[in-house]
Write a new protein. Structure first.
Length: 377
Protein backbone atom coordinates (compact mmCIF):
# COMPACT_ATOMS: atom_id res chain seq x y z
CA UNK A 1 0.00 0.00 0.00
CA UNK A 2 1.69 3.20 -1.16
CA UNK A 3 5.34 3.95 -1.91
CA UNK A 4 7.99 3.34 0.74
CA UNK A 5 10.38 6.11 1.73
CA UNK A 6 13.49 4.29 2.92
CA UNK A 7 16.03 6.67 4.36
CA UNK A 8 19.54 5.35 3.78
CA UNK A 9 21.96 5.11 6.69
CA UNK A 10 24.38 7.47 4.95
CA UNK A 11 21.80 10.19 4.49
CA UNK A 12 20.68 9.76 8.11
CA UNK A 13 24.27 10.15 9.30
CA UNK A 14 24.70 13.27 7.20
CA UNK A 15 21.40 14.67 8.46
CA UNK A 16 22.44 14.04 12.06
CA UNK A 17 25.93 15.54 11.70
CA UNK A 18 25.09 18.45 9.43
CA UNK A 19 21.87 19.48 11.14
CA UNK A 20 22.69 19.43 14.83
CA UNK A 21 21.31 22.97 15.07
CA UNK A 22 17.64 23.39 14.23
CA UNK A 23 17.00 19.76 13.27
CA UNK A 24 13.27 20.38 13.17
CA UNK A 25 12.85 22.63 10.17
CA UNK A 26 11.22 22.66 6.75
CA UNK A 27 13.67 21.29 4.19
CA UNK A 28 13.98 21.55 0.43
CA UNK A 29 14.75 18.71 -2.01
CA UNK A 30 18.45 18.95 -1.12
CA UNK A 31 17.74 18.53 2.59
CA UNK A 32 18.70 22.14 3.29
CA UNK A 33 16.72 23.88 6.03
CA UNK A 34 14.37 26.61 4.79
CA UNK A 35 12.07 29.07 6.54
CA UNK A 36 8.96 28.03 4.62
CA UNK A 37 7.67 26.52 1.42
CA UNK A 38 4.40 25.84 -0.40
CA UNK A 39 3.82 22.81 -2.65
CA UNK A 40 1.11 22.42 -5.29
CA UNK A 41 0.82 18.82 -6.52
CA UNK A 42 -0.97 18.28 -9.82
CA UNK A 43 -3.70 15.65 -10.34
CA UNK A 44 -3.17 12.51 -12.37
CA UNK A 45 -4.05 13.56 -15.93
CA UNK A 46 -3.34 11.17 -18.78
CA UNK A 47 -3.79 13.82 -21.47
CA UNK A 48 -0.78 15.70 -20.06
CA UNK A 49 1.13 12.56 -19.04
CA UNK A 50 0.88 13.62 -15.39
CA UNK A 51 1.35 10.72 -12.98
CA UNK A 52 -0.10 12.82 -10.16
CA UNK A 53 3.28 12.91 -8.38
CA UNK A 54 4.60 16.10 -10.01
CA UNK A 55 4.49 19.32 -8.02
CA UNK A 56 5.47 22.96 -7.97
CA UNK A 57 7.79 23.96 -5.11
CA UNK A 58 7.53 27.62 -4.06
CA UNK A 59 10.02 28.86 -1.49
CA UNK A 60 11.83 32.09 -0.62
CA UNK A 61 13.07 33.43 -3.95
CA UNK A 62 12.30 30.27 -5.94
CA UNK A 63 9.60 28.44 -7.88
CA UNK A 64 10.50 25.04 -9.36
CA UNK A 65 8.83 22.02 -10.96
CA UNK A 66 9.73 18.82 -9.06
CA UNK A 67 8.89 15.11 -9.31
CA UNK A 68 8.06 12.74 -7.72
CA UNK A 69 6.56 13.89 -4.45
CA UNK A 70 6.91 10.39 -2.92
CA UNK A 71 10.67 10.24 -3.51
CA UNK A 72 13.05 9.80 -0.55
CA UNK A 73 14.71 13.05 -1.60
CA UNK A 74 11.58 15.14 -2.00
CA UNK A 75 10.99 18.22 0.14
CA UNK A 76 8.33 16.33 2.10
CA UNK A 77 10.62 13.37 2.81
CA UNK A 78 13.46 15.58 4.01
CA UNK A 79 11.10 17.66 6.15
CA UNK A 80 9.51 14.62 7.79
CA UNK A 81 12.81 12.84 8.40
CA UNK A 82 12.65 13.36 12.19
CA UNK A 83 9.25 11.66 12.17
CA UNK A 84 10.49 8.77 10.04
CA UNK A 85 13.46 8.12 12.33
CA UNK A 86 11.54 8.51 15.61
CA UNK A 87 11.26 5.14 17.34
CA UNK A 88 10.31 5.75 20.96
CA UNK A 89 9.29 8.63 23.23
CA UNK A 90 12.10 11.10 23.90
CA UNK A 91 12.13 14.15 26.18
CA UNK A 92 13.29 16.57 23.48
CA UNK A 93 11.04 15.76 20.51
CA UNK A 94 7.28 15.92 20.08
CA UNK A 95 4.90 15.52 17.16
CA UNK A 96 1.24 15.29 16.21
CA UNK A 97 -0.06 13.88 12.93
CA UNK A 98 -3.70 14.84 12.46
CA UNK A 99 -6.07 13.97 9.63
CA UNK A 100 -9.83 13.52 9.46
CA UNK A 101 -9.12 10.71 6.96
CA UNK A 102 -6.15 8.76 8.34
CA UNK A 103 -5.29 5.42 6.80
CA UNK A 104 -7.98 2.86 7.52
CA UNK A 105 -10.76 5.04 8.91
CA UNK A 106 -12.62 8.35 8.87
CA UNK A 107 -12.92 10.64 11.88
CA UNK A 108 -16.34 11.45 13.28
CA UNK A 109 -17.74 14.65 11.78
CA UNK A 110 -17.49 16.40 15.12
CA UNK A 111 -13.74 16.57 14.46
CA UNK A 112 -12.25 19.13 12.13
CA UNK A 113 -12.02 18.61 8.41
CA UNK A 114 -8.30 19.23 8.74
CA UNK A 115 -4.97 17.63 7.92
CA UNK A 116 -1.43 18.33 9.02
CA UNK A 117 1.70 17.50 10.99
CA UNK A 118 3.42 19.45 13.76
CA UNK A 119 6.90 18.49 15.00
CA UNK A 120 9.08 20.35 17.46
CA UNK A 121 11.91 20.27 19.96
CA UNK A 122 12.55 22.98 22.55
CA UNK A 123 14.23 25.20 19.92
CA UNK A 124 12.30 25.04 16.65
CA UNK A 125 9.43 23.23 15.04
CA UNK A 126 7.53 22.65 11.82
CA UNK A 127 3.87 23.11 10.98
CA UNK A 128 2.94 21.30 7.77
CA UNK A 129 -0.69 21.92 6.82
CA UNK A 130 -2.01 20.01 3.78
CA UNK A 131 -5.09 18.59 2.04
CA UNK A 132 -4.13 14.93 1.43
CA UNK A 133 -6.20 12.07 2.90
CA UNK A 134 -4.23 9.15 4.45
CA UNK A 135 -1.03 11.24 4.71
CA UNK A 136 1.30 10.45 6.43
CA UNK A 137 0.23 6.89 5.61
CA UNK A 138 2.11 4.55 7.99
CA UNK A 139 5.12 6.02 9.76
CA UNK A 140 6.03 2.79 11.57
CA UNK A 141 6.37 0.93 8.27
CA UNK A 142 7.96 4.00 6.64
CA UNK A 143 5.15 3.98 4.07
CA UNK A 144 4.38 7.68 4.08
CA UNK A 145 2.79 8.54 0.74
CA UNK A 146 -0.60 6.89 0.04
CA UNK A 147 -1.26 5.42 -3.38
CA UNK A 148 -4.54 7.35 -3.47
CA UNK A 149 -2.59 10.59 -3.12
CA UNK A 150 -1.75 10.69 -6.83
CA UNK A 151 -5.33 11.07 -8.04
CA UNK A 152 -6.22 14.69 -7.24
CA UNK A 153 -4.48 18.03 -6.93
CA UNK A 154 -3.23 18.77 -3.38
CA UNK A 155 -1.51 21.63 -1.55
CA UNK A 156 0.98 21.77 1.34
CA UNK A 157 2.40 24.67 3.34
CA UNK A 158 5.39 24.18 5.65
CA UNK A 159 6.62 26.81 8.12
CA UNK A 160 9.61 26.70 10.48
CA UNK A 161 8.67 28.33 13.78
CA UNK A 162 10.25 28.94 17.18
CA UNK A 163 9.19 26.51 19.89
CA UNK A 164 7.21 29.13 21.83
CA UNK A 165 4.83 29.57 18.87
CA UNK A 166 3.57 26.00 19.24
CA UNK A 167 1.48 27.09 22.20
CA UNK A 168 -0.57 29.16 19.72
CA UNK A 169 -0.61 26.29 17.23
CA UNK A 170 -1.91 24.02 19.97
CA UNK A 171 -4.77 26.48 20.54
CA UNK A 172 -5.50 26.44 16.81
CA UNK A 173 -5.64 22.62 16.78
CA UNK A 174 -7.96 22.65 19.79
CA UNK A 175 -10.25 25.17 18.09
CA UNK A 176 -10.56 23.03 14.96
CA UNK A 177 -10.88 19.80 16.97
CA UNK A 178 -7.99 18.18 15.10
CA UNK A 179 -8.20 14.39 14.91
CA UNK A 180 -4.74 13.28 16.10
CA UNK A 181 -4.02 9.70 15.00
CA UNK A 182 -0.28 9.44 15.68
CA UNK A 183 1.56 11.49 18.29
CA UNK A 184 3.99 11.87 21.14
CA UNK A 185 4.01 15.05 23.23
CA UNK A 186 6.40 15.05 26.21
CA UNK A 187 4.90 16.02 29.56
CA UNK A 188 6.82 19.30 29.78
CA UNK A 189 5.77 20.54 26.31
CA UNK A 190 3.02 23.14 25.88
CA UNK A 191 -0.21 22.20 27.66
CA UNK A 192 -2.23 23.20 24.60
CA UNK A 193 -0.48 20.47 22.58
CA UNK A 194 -1.04 17.91 25.33
CA UNK A 195 -4.75 18.78 25.34
CA UNK A 196 -4.94 18.18 21.57
CA UNK A 197 -3.73 14.59 21.86
CA UNK A 198 -5.96 14.05 24.92
CA UNK A 199 -8.83 15.48 22.82
CA UNK A 200 -9.70 18.06 25.47
CA UNK A 201 -11.73 20.43 23.31
CA UNK A 202 -13.61 23.01 25.34
CA UNK A 203 -16.33 24.98 23.57
CA UNK A 204 -14.72 28.35 22.77
CA UNK A 205 -16.18 31.74 23.61
CA UNK A 206 -15.63 32.88 20.02
CA UNK A 207 -16.28 30.51 17.10
CA UNK A 208 -13.31 32.00 15.22
CA UNK A 209 -9.71 32.18 16.40
CA UNK A 210 -7.32 34.39 14.40
CA UNK A 211 -3.65 34.53 15.37
CA UNK A 212 -0.61 36.38 14.05
CA UNK A 213 2.43 34.11 13.69
CA UNK A 214 6.03 34.86 12.76
CA UNK A 215 8.33 32.25 11.26
CA UNK A 216 11.84 31.56 12.50
CA UNK A 217 13.10 33.76 9.67
CA UNK A 218 10.74 36.64 10.48
CA UNK A 219 8.08 36.08 7.78
CA UNK A 220 4.48 37.03 8.67
CA UNK A 221 1.66 34.47 8.77
CA UNK A 222 -1.92 34.38 10.06
CA UNK A 223 -3.81 31.32 11.24
CA UNK A 224 -7.61 31.11 11.06
CA UNK A 225 -9.57 28.49 13.02
CA UNK A 226 -13.34 27.96 12.80
CA UNK A 227 -15.01 25.94 15.54
CA UNK A 228 -18.46 25.16 14.13
CA UNK A 229 -21.44 26.79 12.49
CA UNK A 230 -23.47 25.51 15.43
CA UNK A 231 -22.40 28.77 17.07
CA UNK A 232 -23.91 32.04 15.85
CA UNK A 233 -22.20 33.68 12.87
CA UNK A 234 -19.80 30.80 12.23
CA UNK A 235 -20.53 29.56 8.74
CA UNK A 236 -18.08 30.21 5.95
CA UNK A 237 -14.38 30.29 6.85
CA UNK A 238 -13.58 32.30 3.72
CA UNK A 239 -15.85 35.20 4.64
CA UNK A 240 -13.94 35.56 7.89
CA UNK A 241 -10.65 35.44 6.00
CA UNK A 242 -11.91 38.12 3.59
CA UNK A 243 -13.12 40.31 6.45
CA UNK A 244 -9.91 40.07 8.50
CA UNK A 245 -7.65 40.54 5.47
CA UNK A 246 -9.98 43.32 4.22
CA UNK A 247 -10.18 42.07 0.65
CA UNK A 248 -12.33 40.06 -1.71
CA UNK A 249 -10.85 36.57 -2.11
CA UNK A 250 -10.60 33.99 -4.88
CA UNK A 251 -11.21 30.46 -3.55
CA UNK A 252 -10.26 27.06 -4.93
CA UNK A 253 -11.76 24.06 -3.15
CA UNK A 254 -12.76 20.49 -3.89
CA UNK A 255 -16.05 20.04 -5.73
CA UNK A 256 -15.70 16.41 -6.74
CA UNK A 257 -19.25 15.82 -5.51
CA UNK A 258 -22.06 18.31 -5.95
CA UNK A 259 -24.73 16.27 -4.19
CA UNK A 260 -24.90 18.73 -1.29
CA UNK A 261 -25.90 21.68 -3.46
CA UNK A 262 -29.40 22.16 -2.07
CA UNK A 263 -30.12 25.89 -2.49
CA UNK A 264 -29.95 28.33 -5.44
CA UNK A 265 -26.48 29.54 -4.58
CA UNK A 266 -24.82 26.86 -2.49
CA UNK A 267 -21.67 27.51 -0.52
CA UNK A 268 -19.68 26.18 -3.46
CA UNK A 269 -20.85 29.07 -5.68
CA UNK A 270 -19.41 32.57 -5.63
CA UNK A 271 -21.09 34.78 -3.04
CA UNK A 272 -21.19 38.54 -2.54
CA UNK A 273 -23.99 38.63 0.01
CA UNK A 274 -22.16 38.91 3.33
CA UNK A 275 -20.06 41.51 5.14
CA UNK A 276 -19.32 43.56 2.01
CA UNK A 277 -16.86 41.04 0.57
CA UNK A 278 -16.92 38.88 -2.53
CA UNK A 279 -16.02 35.20 -2.40
CA UNK A 280 -15.27 34.25 -6.01
CA UNK A 281 -15.01 30.55 -6.81
CA UNK A 282 -12.13 29.30 -8.96
CA UNK A 283 -13.33 26.70 -11.47
CA UNK A 284 -10.28 26.05 -13.64
CA UNK A 285 -6.60 25.72 -12.73
CA UNK A 286 -3.76 26.27 -15.24
CA UNK A 287 0.00 25.69 -14.98
CA UNK A 288 2.83 26.14 -17.47
CA UNK A 289 5.04 23.10 -16.92
CA UNK A 290 8.08 21.48 -18.54
CA UNK A 291 7.48 18.45 -20.75
CA UNK A 292 10.62 17.18 -22.43
CA UNK A 293 12.37 20.09 -24.12
CA UNK A 294 9.15 22.13 -24.25
CA UNK A 295 6.94 23.98 -21.82
CA UNK A 296 3.21 23.30 -22.10
CA UNK A 297 0.12 24.86 -20.56
CA UNK A 298 -1.88 22.28 -18.62
CA UNK A 299 -5.33 22.90 -17.15
CA UNK A 300 -7.89 21.04 -15.06
CA UNK A 301 -11.12 21.73 -13.21
CA UNK A 302 -11.86 22.00 -9.50
CA UNK A 303 -13.43 18.52 -9.72
CA UNK A 304 -9.89 17.13 -10.18
CA UNK A 305 -8.40 19.24 -7.44
CA UNK A 306 -8.71 18.38 -3.74
CA UNK A 307 -6.65 21.39 -2.64
CA UNK A 308 -8.22 24.21 -0.65
CA UNK A 309 -6.71 27.69 -0.97
CA UNK A 310 -7.51 31.32 -1.53
CA UNK A 311 -5.76 34.55 -2.50
CA UNK A 312 -6.70 38.14 -1.79
CA UNK A 313 -7.75 40.32 -4.73
CA UNK A 314 -7.19 43.89 -3.51
CA UNK A 315 -3.82 45.02 -4.90
CA UNK A 316 -3.83 48.08 -2.61
CA UNK A 317 -3.73 45.97 0.55
CA UNK A 318 -1.12 43.49 1.84
CA UNK A 319 -1.22 40.41 -0.39
CA UNK A 320 -2.04 37.04 1.17
CA UNK A 321 -2.25 33.39 0.12
CA UNK A 322 -4.05 30.92 2.41
CA UNK A 323 -3.74 27.13 2.40
CA UNK A 324 -6.94 25.84 3.99
CA UNK A 325 -8.73 22.82 5.44
CA UNK A 326 -12.33 23.42 4.40
CA UNK A 327 -14.19 23.23 1.11
CA UNK A 328 -16.92 25.71 0.25
CA UNK A 329 -19.73 23.16 0.52
CA UNK A 330 -22.87 23.10 2.63
CA UNK A 331 -21.84 19.81 4.22
CA UNK A 332 -18.70 21.48 5.57
CA UNK A 333 -20.38 24.53 7.07
CA UNK A 334 -20.92 22.36 10.14
CA UNK A 335 -17.30 21.19 10.34
CA UNK A 336 -14.46 22.83 12.22
CA UNK A 337 -11.41 23.71 10.17
CA UNK A 338 -8.93 26.43 9.44
CA UNK A 339 -6.26 27.98 7.26
CA UNK A 340 -2.67 29.14 7.40
CA UNK A 341 -2.00 32.30 5.40
CA UNK A 342 1.34 33.70 4.21
CA UNK A 343 1.81 37.40 3.52
CA UNK A 344 3.64 38.71 0.46
CA UNK A 345 3.51 39.02 -3.29
CA UNK A 346 5.83 36.04 -3.94
CA UNK A 347 3.41 33.18 -3.28
CA UNK A 348 0.33 35.20 -4.15
CA UNK A 349 1.70 35.98 -7.65
CA UNK A 350 2.25 32.27 -8.28
CA UNK A 351 -1.21 31.25 -7.11
CA UNK A 352 -2.95 34.09 -8.94
CA UNK A 353 -1.30 32.81 -12.13
CA UNK A 354 -2.77 29.33 -11.47
CA UNK A 355 -6.31 30.71 -11.87
CA UNK A 356 -7.70 30.10 -15.35
CA UNK A 357 -11.39 30.89 -14.70
CA UNK A 358 -13.42 32.18 -11.80
CA UNK A 359 -17.19 32.24 -11.42
CA UNK A 360 -18.94 35.54 -10.74
CA UNK A 361 -21.54 35.92 -8.01
CA UNK A 362 -25.00 34.78 -9.13
CA UNK A 363 -26.85 37.57 -7.36
CA UNK A 364 -24.54 40.55 -7.55
CA UNK A 365 -21.41 41.17 -9.56
CA UNK A 366 -18.23 41.89 -7.56
CA UNK A 367 -16.82 45.42 -7.67
CA UNK A 368 -15.03 46.16 -10.94
CA UNK A 369 -15.70 42.74 -12.50
CA UNK A 370 -17.42 41.98 -15.79
CA UNK A 371 -20.96 40.53 -15.43
CA UNK A 372 -20.12 37.58 -17.69
CA UNK A 373 -20.60 34.14 -16.15
CA UNK A 374 -16.93 33.23 -16.32
CA UNK A 375 -14.05 35.67 -16.15
CA UNK A 376 -10.67 34.70 -17.53
CA UNK A 377 -7.42 35.84 -15.97
Amino acid sequence: MGVTWRVLALSLLCWDLCSSVDKITCRDKNGVGVDWYVLYKVPKLNNYKFTGLEYVYIGPGTSEWHTPINDAKSALAHTLEPLLTWKSPTPDFGFISYNDQPAGCNADKSFGHSKGVVMMDKTTGVWLLHSTPHFPYDRKQKVIWPKSGAVNGQTFICVTLPYKTFNEIGKHLQQIRAFSFDYDIPADFHTSLQDVVKRKFAKPMDPFLVQDLTSRGGHKFKSFAKYSSGIKNAKDLYFRIAKILDSDVLVQSWRGSKTDVSDPYSDSDSDCSMEGKAINTVENIVMTVPQGSKRIKASWTDCNDHSKWCVTEDERKPLWTCISDLNRALSQDERPGGALCIEGSEVRKEFKAFIDYKKDCPDKKPRGVSPSHLTSF
